[in-house]
Design a protein around this ligand. Sequence first.
Ligand code: AVJ
Length: 324
Amino acid sequence: MNQRGPRFAFHDRLPDAGSFLGDVLAGLSRPRKELPPKYFYDERGSELFEAICEAPEYYLTRAETALMVARAGEMARRLGPRCAVIEYGSGSGRKTRILVRALKPVAYIPIDIAREQLQATAAGLASEFPGVAVMAVCADYSRPLALPELAGSGARRRIIYFPGSTIGNLSVPEAAVFLANARRLAGAGGGMLVGVDLKKDAARLNTAYNDARGITAEFNLNLLRRVNRELGANFDLSAFRHHAFYNAAHSRIEMHLLSLKDQRVRIDGRTFHIRAGESIHTENSCKYSVDEFRRLAGSAGFEPAACWTDPEKLFAVHYLTVPG
Ligand code: AVJ
């Protein structure tokens, strides 16, 4: 842990590359090949994701940011004073700034797997909001994790902030388990503020994940570039094509990397055969109506306390509370 003054601490709890290799080998060994989307976010992947957020087709970030700008005051009143905000996957921190400015929490604990971006974002926030104790934790929030000590912060309740509809990466049963774990972390009297992309017509969704400039395609393919660089694999990027579509039966966008030819890939002494037309499933992005998400949160022991949506009904921010 390296300290940078009393208001900023950085805790590095990321396991080494071992789990990346294990996850990649396991994913490619399945009858339907897959790679976990959390590995999109190396330095280039984080940059590409920021570019996606600015693409005209990708409405999610704009809709959620506008919603935060319009309703942050109301949200802050609902959440109350002296919160400790724990953020899962802090990213660029734009939405966080809007929330922190309105809420003035006593502590802010961003948790992110993307180390460089976490450092920059957390340090920036700490200097912008000197009244907030910032304790960054570089970790994979999908695994059990220990939080830094909050006892001295004067926090009255823990609020988990999970914006961006990243919860959509999980299947519905996985999301139920994830929410139950989040409820335990928030604890009695705590809560969760979570951004969720709403169901809408398939054309709008398909366009959002197939932007005209091909940034999403680059983002998807960059995962193979990362596997090549960090794990010494030999994926031929030119032999794969980005394929994203709305699967209405599962209410989710699926992203795949479609193999354009029969090919073999070597990773860590193992060979994987990929047929022409076979795909590697790289991401799900589940979409929920307000009521569906409320029911899901309820099944995980949360009380759906409030929900804000934008005028176009593109995106929802739910406030869930833990009874106690
Ligand atoms: C950051 C997971 C919410 O699913 O919309 C954007 C990632 N993938 N374009 C999403 C993503 C393709 C994004 N999340």
